[in-house]
Design a protein. Sequence first.
Length: 383
Amino acid sequence: MLYSVGLGAVTPIVSLTALSLGASTGLAAAMIMIIGLGSLCMNVPAAVLTARFGERATMIFAALWAAIGMATALWSSQLPMLAVGVFLVGMAGAPFNLARQSYLAEVIAPTHRARAMSTLGGTLRVGSLLGPFAASAAMIPLGLDGAYWVGLAAMVVALIVCWWIPERLTHERDVPLTETEKPAQPAKQVSVWSVAKQHARVFGTVGIGVVLLSGVRAARVAVVPLWADAIGLDASVAALIYGLSGLIEVLVFYPAGRLMDKRGRVFVAVPCMAFMGVALFFLPFTQGVVSLSVVAMLLGFGNGIGSGIVMTLGADYAPAAVRPQFLGTWRLGSDMGIMALPLILSGVTAAVSLAAGIWVVCGAAFVGALVLGIFIPRTPRQS
């Protein structure tokens, strides 16, 4: 949650900082994508780091790296230096998130895995809600720098908390495998590419659904504020509607995790995508505060019940012996969706209209629901 508070504090401010340093509006808007780019570039190295040094050490390193990025952005006086700081923060996200997910996957009993991952997803959402409020308070006396001070402080405290995380008493990656599973070399030396090839069927089926799910989630962040602006609502009203959507997400994450543990992942994954698809379909038909609020809350409900589903599925399919390598590839696919679908939304919006762009994302949601519905088993994962 601390890590998410830090990231949530600076994410809305990066574009404003870029503007204050002389960036154009287009360049300022693009600066926020540097965080995602940094994470995308580090997914494979993050898997190598986690496999080599373990989850606890990787989280400590990532929190330190994020703190360095926050400090660089804080004291930046030119756009290139700000871009470097933001990129460092994005880089830190990949190893921190992967190591955190791998740690939970190994210490939580499979019968409670979905609840644990959903709760983790819930804490990230709580942090993302708290971060902007903390930044707002700090910016009253400190200006834009206040957001980065909040981010820096949160990362330093996260580092201290990670230092006190207990080492795992057992190391599942070191348990001997069966002959059919055994890699040709020690688990810590197995490459990410070889793991990806060995499990190509999973990545080519459920993995495609996860790419679409991640992309729809990333695009839905933009569509509500953009449509609110298109129908003439004030920015403050749009922010309130978006906040209502976020509140619904926070309320439903734990029941959804419990349902996944009791009935199976498919009973949450498919409704998650279906609800978001329905909400996105009706979004261009909204014309005022009430109708937009209803659709935004439906969108938040769909996204909220899927809290932790990507991490849960990754933990389900990841072999214990090469879990970091598998999860690194899993996260790489997820991040590709996060980067790609918002770009498609932007391109279709520029070429046709915002409504057309929203309906393209809607189509991706329904395709993702179909893929996940076909390939995810109907029973809870118990191993």
